[in-house]
Design a protein. Structure first.
Length: 95
């Protein structure tokens, strides 16, 4: 498996990690919201690519697992980050 593209994307993230850390909370929330919207637009393609990559049959229970392990989990993680950032902006800490 060729990981060159993935390695390049990871390097971009590595190169910009400090920029993210220094962003004000409202800007982080706006970016996370954009990611969530893009995820909604691309979830089907993400799941289908995963099914093809794993050589699974479409329209099976395993496809449902790909939705659960992929876009739904990512969306829930984004929601959690957004909830935490909102709480911090309001002086609260989520426990």
């Amino acid at each position: 498996m060729d990981t060159l593209k993935l390695d390049q994307y990871l390097q971009v993230l590595q190169d910009h990690k400090n920029k993210w850390a220094c962003l004000p909370v409202p800007e982080k929330l706006a970016l996370l919201d954009q990611i969530r919207l893009r995820l909604a637009d691309r979830s089907e393609a993400l799941v289908q690519a995963s099914i093809r990559g794993k050589q699974m049959q479409p329209h099976t229970p395993e496809e449902g697992e790909e939705w659960t392990l992929g876009p739904w989990t990512l969306a829930e993680g984004i929601n959690g980050y957004m909830d935490t950032l909102r709480a911090l902006a309001n002086g609260r800490v989520l426990m």
